[in-house]
Design a protein around this ligand. Structure first.
Ligand SMILES: [Zn+2]
Length: 300
């Protein structure tokens, strides 16, 4: 077995389990995280039993085993391979005139005072630059606070820092466009920063990104995160809601419960499934319901 930093492997297999009190369980094309790039059938059988928390196991038979290189999803009982970086940036760069949402103006970045124009204010050879930016709050990677959705709700200056700084994080890796409650039930999300790695960030800067076909949370999924009292929820998609649903049920549930939402994250595939601290605090601006953040994770 070899372990390459930053490369993660999973194993796909069929399993047949018998129980000492009778009964049996069969699994087809099941996948689990593994620490290296191979695992023997005995170890894999034990891992499968630990992952499912099975009691009274009589025998486990593994067949049709194959290895897949893909990010770990957080199987129970597996030590995840350490990420190569300790500090992982999860933010898009904000640039002049870029598009975050079609229909919203891009940021205008300009000189308020250029180096040349500043020279008269200082000693010869000493110069400064002061930039100016004009933008809507929904620019780049940003956080939504309750007043984005509800009159009288908290603005970004009133968000609890404890929900946005040094928060224990988990990644939920999803291949589905519709992220429903049943996809979340196996995760421990209470008090956590729950980050949805949908892969949609690869479309950033293209028409596809803002096409409206992005992955989103259903109302049921958002309500489950509320019931479980997640600290903050993030997604690498264009919107945490299905934008064809005018009720915006995910925003409504999460912001209604005081749970900030970070949208347009990027680079979540570089994170381990757990074992990192999430940071995404905005400046404390009064009256703004949304504002860009520098989202990043510290691993380990
Ligand atoms: Zn939003």
């Amino acid at each position: 077995m070899t372990v390459s930093p930053g490369v993660q492997w999973r194993v796909q297999f069929d399993a047949a389990v018998t129980f000492s009190n009778g009964g049996a369980l069969q699994a087809q094309e099941f996948r689990l995280d593994i620490p290296g790039d191979d695992i023997d059938d005995g170890e894999l059988g034990e891992l499968f039993v630990r992952h499912l928390g099975l009691l009274m196991v009589g025998s486990v038979t593994i067949s049709n085993k194959s290895l897949v290189q893909e990010p770990h999803k957080g199987s129970r009982g597996t030590e995840t391979t350490a990420a190569t970086q300790r500090l992982i940036d999860l933010s898009h760069v904000i640039e002049h005139d870029m598009t975050t949402h079609s229909g919203l103006p891009g940021p205008e970045i300009s000189d308020w005072l250029s180096f040349t124009d500043s020279q008269g204010h200082y000693s010869p050879g000493t110069e400064f630059h002061l930039g100016k930016i004009s933008m809507v709050g929904n620019t780049g990677t940003y956080v939504d606070s309750p007043v984005h959705r509800f009159r009288g709700g908290q603005d970004v200056s009133q968000l609890e820092l404890g929900r946005l700084v040094d928060v224990d994080g988990i990644v939920v890796r999803v291949g589905e466009r519709v992220i429903d409650r049943k996809l979340l039930l196996a995760y421990e999300v209470t008090g956590k920063a729950v980050l949805f790695d949908t892969g949609w960030d690869k479309h950033w800067g293209t028409a596809e990104y803002t096409s409206g076909l992005h992955p989103f949370l259903t109302e049921d999924a958002a309500r489950w995160l509320v019931e479980q009292r997640s600290a903050v929820v993030g997604i690498d998609s264009m919107n945490i809601d299905d934008t064809t649903d005018g009720k915006r049920p995910a925003h409504t549930a999460l912001l209604g419960a005081g749970i900030p939402v970070v949208e347009h994250l990027t680079g979540l595939d570089a994170l381990p499934p757990h074992g990192f601290r999430f940071h995404a605090a905005p400046p404390a601006v009064k009256g703004m319901g949304t504002f860009p953040v520098r989202a990043y994770a510290l691993v380990g």
